[in-house]
Design a protein around this ligand. Structure first.
Ligand SMILES: [Cu+2]
Length: 67
């Protein structure tokens, strides 16, 4: 199953990589895609939302649930 979130505060590819790295730590088996322009983050087979949210916010970015 795929869940979509919005991550705020990303301004460059370095931010994208920071988010990807943070998510890889909590979701090693998940397929993660991060779109810099929209802030959309899709996670296939990821962990529960609270883990995603804390990984993103601990990396210094904002987290919003989408849908
Ligand atoms: Cu950046």
């Amino acid at each position: 199953m795929t869940r979509t979130y919005r991550v705020t505060g990303m301004t460059c590819e370095g931010c994208v990589r920071s988010v990807e790295r943070a998510l890889a730590r909590v979701a090693p088996g998940a397929r993660v895609s991060v779109d810099l322009a929209t802030g959309r983050v899709s996670i296939e087979n990821g962990p529960e939302e609270t883990l995603v949210a804390s990984a993103v916010t601990e990396a210094g970015f904002g987290f919003e649930r989408v849908g």
